[in-house]
Write a protein that binds this ligand. Structure first.
Ligand code: ADP
Length: 207
């Protein structure tokens, strides 16, 4: 018997830059768990034809659009970097839309539970959407080393991003579950699988 879930049971997955959120998320996807990435949802809401893009162009001017009508992220970043009040305006516009987008996508879940992956899960109201929080945690040295290797950025750039994010302690204090991703990918996979069985039990699915 299949049972339709009107309100999906949602796990929030978060962690700092380079902690291994995407790597962990991929293991959940391979296990058949429906997943939405908040960064993707944030891009979808400003696609051409969506009301948010028109509102942004109306507010900031056509200079925030590229020739093909898509959002010029670098131009927009520049504008809000110079003027914090504009950032507040933009966030007030986008955050509710991003939440709606995430909710609509999560509602399509056919798996016993679904996942919201978000670097800003705990810093925004997105945490209100989830039943449980899984934090992927790594010591800072590994975090920097893996991010530098992945992005080709330098250590200083990564440290600047780290400073703007929540600290490990802040994140861990809000976690229901933690994976310390300081070993190899096989270990990460086994940890995700272990938690997956636990979540199936929690949400009433079959383990
Ligand atoms: P995030 O999504 O949190 O920014 P990623 O999942 O992209 O982090 O991981 C950062 C980098 O580290 C990626 O290149 C990823 O392949 C690598 N990585 C993640 N977990 C491990 C691990 N356990 N061992 C080795 N490399 C890893």
């Amino acid at each position: 018997m299949t049972h339709a879930v009107a309100q999906p049971w949602i796990l929030g997955l978060t962690g700092g830059i380079g902690s291994g959120k995407s790597a962990a998320a991929q293991v959940f996807v391979d296990l058949g768990v429906h997943l939405v990435d908040a960064d993707q949802a944030a891009r979808w809401v400003v696609e051409p034809g969506r009301p948010a893009l028109a509102a942004i162009a109306g507010h900031f001017g056509e200079g925030v659009l590229q020739a093909d009508g898509t959002l010029d992220r670098a131009a927009l970043r520049e504008l809000i970097f110079k003027d914090p009040a504009q950032r507040v305006w933009l966030e007030a516009l986008l955050h509710p839309l991003i939440r709606e987008e995430i909710a609509a996508y999560l509602a399509k879940a056919q798996s016993p539970y679904a996942i919201l992956v978000s670097p800003l899960l705990l810093e925004t109201t997105q945490h209100a959407m989830v039943k449980r929080v899984l934090v992927i945690d790594v010591p800072e040295a590994i975090q920097i080393q893996r991010t530098v290797a992945r992005d080709g950025s330098n250590e200083e750039q990564v440290r600047a991003i780290l400073k703007a994010q929540a600290t490990r302690e802040q994140r861990l204090s809000r976690a229901d579950d933690v994976i310390v991703n300081d070993r190899d990918p096989a270990w990460l996979k086994s940890e995700v699988e272990r938690l997956h069985h636990f979540y199936l039990t929690l949400c009433g699915g079959q383990s």
